[in-house]
Design a protein around this ligand. Structure first.
Ligand code: GLC
Length: 421
């Protein structure tokens, strides 16, 4: 039987193995570059045993920040032909080769958690990162709001690539002229666990459009048919802004305007409540239509500091339907697919964010979620994601963020309601 000590060692070894010197790849083969929110989770994982390495991870991520404030979702530090679409397909316009879209802004939240562990080691890093994080958040505020909610302009931006929330907007896209391309993801992982060709054609078509427009946000605003107000982005940015404000106040930095931005995002979060399904939901801003989906992002409200009795009922229902929650899509929906990426599987990182919020609010389901995540990893290892019904590991193996979740949260089960380690 594997002990907790063995699992801690395995998790640390995964982080070290995926370390490429200053940044960490999600997993060898499938994802050979630096991903934005994966790195923020990696930093939290490293902080449990090597605080300097944790800060280095975040510092490196922000070296790829664009002039307009955007922090890209992939940084291509060293070319690797095993991944498609690579730097040439994207044509990013930042200081380093990168993609042209972003990912959920959790870096400020992770930075604050790491700072809390060791303020002496962290203060200089926070001072240097603060204006960069502020600029990134302001870029969202300038370009991505719809009724105060934060929009994604590509399914990959939400970090939940093929969730059923995008089905409606994706169907409206005709990927005309996308041409021939060779997928590499299905060479690493079984195609039944990955997005379909229908999705991939549209992913690539959207990338080609962005490159053609030189990633000009104004032009993208006019031309891009994919613009969805998304609970992932809205809740993570709201939370990140609160953390930035707290850090700024503590260190006497310029927090001017942050309170107004937070109030805007709070309104935006409220605008994502879908009365028809009694849940937070994604909204297609081009048609005004709801996705009508209860996803794991719907449960990020507590993480954003928002309590919701209606969402609590949903959480209870969903957790009762599967052994290892929180599933990425409603297990009672006909679109639920337990092994296909973001259409059903459980993702430890989402559980961490949801669980952190629940614990901070002393929610009665908090401990249950932490224990389910702990059992999931104990029994099935450090996979990219898992079947929520029986825990079968899926996608890539030896995954950085699952190891980080173990070290920082799931592997520590001392009472459960004491917040993150
Ligand atoms: C997939 C996930 C995304 C993650 C990336 C690297 O694209 O959907 O959330 O950041 O892989 O792990």
């Amino acid at each position: 039987m594997t002990t907790t000590i063995d699992l801690h060692k395995q998790a640390r070894d995964i982080l070290k193995m995926n370390d490429r010197g200053g940044y960490t790849i999600p997993t060898k083969g499938l994802y050979p570059y630096q991903w934005n929110w994966d790195s923020a989770f990696a930093a939290l994982g490293f902080a449990q045993f090597n605080i300097d390495r944790a800060w280095q991870e975040l510092d490196t991520l922000f070296t790829a920040q664009w002039d307009d404030g955007m922090v890209p979702h992939i940084v291509f530090h060293k070319s690797d032909p095993g991944y498609y679409p690579g730097p040439d397909v994207w044509g990013g316009i930042g200081p380093l080769p990168s993609s042209g879209i972003t990912q959920p802004p959790i870096a400020a939240t992770m930075a604050r958690l790491i700072f809390e562990k060791d303020k002496t080691a962290g203060e200089a890093h926070i001072r240097a990162l603060f204006p960069k994080m502020r600029a990134w958040h302001q870029w969202f505020m300038q370009w991505r709001l719809d009724q105060g909610a934060v929009c994604v302009t590509h399914p990959w931006e939400a970090g939940r690539d093929n969730t059923p929330e995008w089905d409606g907007p994706m169907e409206r896209i005709d990927p005309i002229g996308v041409g021939e391309y060779e997928r590499r993801d299905t060479k690493h992982v079984d195609g039944s666990m990955r997005p379909t060709k229908f999705d991939y054609d549209r992913y690539i078509w959207l990338v080609q459009m962005g490159k053609r427009l030189n990633w000009d946000q104004q032009q993208l605003l006019e031309e891009n048919p994919f613009r969805v107000a998304d609970p992932t982005m809205t809740f993570t940015l709201l939370r990140a802004q609160r953390d930035l404000l707290a850090l700024g106040v503590e260190l006497g930095l310029d927090v001017n305007g942050l309170d107004v931005e937070i109030a805007t995002l709070e309104k935006g979060a409220a605008s994502l409540w879908n009365n028809n399904i009694q849940s937070y939901d994604a909204r297609d801003t081009k048609t005004g239509e709801w996705a009508n989906c209860v996803s794991n992002a719907s449960f990020l409200c507590w993480y954003a500091g928002i309590d919701s009795a209606g969402q609590s009922e949903q959480l209870q229902r969903v957790l009762d339907k599967v052994q290892f929650g929180v599933p990425s899509h409603d297990p009672e929906s006909p679109k639920f697919d337990g092994r296909r990426y973001w259409r059903g599987p459980t993702w430890a990182v989402m559980n961490l964010l949801i669980g952190l919020g629940l614990e901070e609010m002393k929610h009665p389901l908090a401990l249950r979620l932490r224990q389910a995540t702990r059992a999931l990893i104990e029994q099935n290892g450090f996979a990219e994601y898992f079947d929520p019904q029986d825990g079968t590991p899926a996608g890539g193996q030896a995954f950085t963020w699952t190891a980080a979740v173990w070290l920082s949260w799931a592997g520590e089960n001392q009472g459960g309601n004491d917040g993150i380690n």
